[in-house]
Design a protein around this ligand. Structure first.
Ligand code: ADP
Ligand code: MG
Length: 361
């Protein structure tokens, strides 16, 4: 009896020593990690490494260790944090997700954050890896602007054509008016409606060339699609392409950046048009998806993509077109992600389907 107690004690001690040793090794590993790492439990920051302290603009690690997780995260992301905290507490790691974080001086920066369950000081805790993505975002912004100019440039040709037709009508009627100045109300009505159309199309063009600053506001999804359709329709008709729009959802309002969402629709429609040199049908569908998401489908009857192309779309500069930029899909995916949505692609020789899911509200 007695003997076994001693053995137990020795055994217990060696386990404790082992735990201390492991904890030291773990601390070493974290301390020297090139990534910013912090260890948290509940809302408490238990530990942060040098890289992490620097990232948050703290002179010493203690300055961060005495603050709460919630102090370091932009309030917009609290809901995500709670959800992800539960996943980690349940014993699973989370994938990298983009957050807005707050430095000690209150400035905000963007970072990618991943959480892994761990044991710290004998208790379950979260090992959190933080990567600063400010530089990457800057590059992406430059790319987005490049693509925007590209799209605007290509559309400009179509738009010039579009603007010339109503202008010809206006000029003709004005000529007629020179000789018959009075009682020509019907001519005036036509002039009015043609001028409105020019204004509409020119304003779309202007929207496209505006700089990229995300501005979230209520967006009427149906109106947005109709507006883009107006812009693209002439180009489509010239190529014998019919664009149909099915919406089961009324004029749903979502929160988003109108210009950027328009850009997504334009990019997908342009790709579909380019995939149908001999004409075809594009279907845009808006459907409910669960209780708080909307699903937008873009279907075309174009050439489709073989598997090796499908696998690579969205890589910057990946294009199969002679004068393509290879930025459209990357750009669109990024915008949808900025709206906390997802994009999926299906394609075969009968055509392509793109599904965009966005949160409502
Ligand atoms: P770009 O249009 O400038 O080539 P994108 O990023 O918009 O760049 O598209 C990348 C590639 O994906 C295209 O070159 C094309 O091969 C393919 N693709 C995209 N959309 C479609 C589509 N609807 N049908 C067929 N192929 C498509
Ligand atoms: Mg494209």
């Amino acid at each position: 009896m007695k003997k076994s107690t001693i053995i137990d004690e020795v055994f217990q001690k060696s386990i404790e020593e082992e735990i201390v040793k492991r904890e030291e090794a773990y601390r070493d590993l974290v301390e020297n990690s090139p990534d910013a790492v912090l260890i948290a439990s509940g809302d408490d920051i238990l530990f942060i490494n040098e890289t992490g302290a620097k990232l948050f603009g703290a002179a010493t690690k203690e300055k961060i260790e005495n603050t709460k997780i919630a102090d370091r995260i932009h309030p917009d992301y609290y809901d995500y944090i709670n959800e992800r905290q539960e996943i980690i507490d349940g014993g699973e790691a989370t994938d990298f997700l983009e957050y807005k974080l707050i430095r000690l001086d209150g400035t905000i920066f963007e970072a990618e954050v991943k959480g892994i369950p761990t044991i710290f000081q004998n208790k379950p805790a979260r090992h959190i890896i933080i990567r600063d993505i400010t530089a990457r975002k800057k590059t992406l912004e430059l790319l987005l602007n490049a693509e925007k100019l590209n799209v605007a440039g290509q559309l400009a040709a179509g738009i010039a054509h579009e603007v010339r037709n109503p202008l010809t009508a206006i000029k003709g009627f004005l000529k007629l008016m020179e000789s018959q100045l009075i009682d020509q109300k019907s001519y005036f009505d036509i002039i009015q409606s043609e001028i409105n159309r020019i204004e509409l199309i020119l304003s779309e063009l202007l929207v496209l060339s505006k700089p990229q600053v995300l501005k979230f506001e209520p967006v009427h999804l149906h109106t947005l699609v109709e507006e883009v359709k107006t812009l693209i329709d002439t180009q489509a008709i010239m190529k014998n392409i019919h664009i149909q729009f099915i919406n089961d959802f009324g004029n749903l309002i979502i929160n988003g950046d109108k210009n950027q969402l328009k850009q997504v629709v334009i990019n997908f429609l342009k790709n579909s048009i380019e995939a149908m040199p001999d004409g075809g049908i594009i279907t845009i569908e808006i459907k409910k998806h669960g209780s708080n998401h909307v699903k937008m489908l873009f279907k075309d009857t174009g050439c489709g993509m073989p598997r090796h192309v499908l696998k690579r779309i969205g890589e910057p500069f990946f294009t199969t077109k002679e004068s393509g930029s290879g930025l459209g899909i990357m750009n669109s995916k990024q915008i949808v992600q900025n709206h906390h949505g997802t994009v999926h692609f299906w394609s075969d020789e009968k055509g392509t389907i793109i599904e965009v899911i966005l949160p409502i509200n």
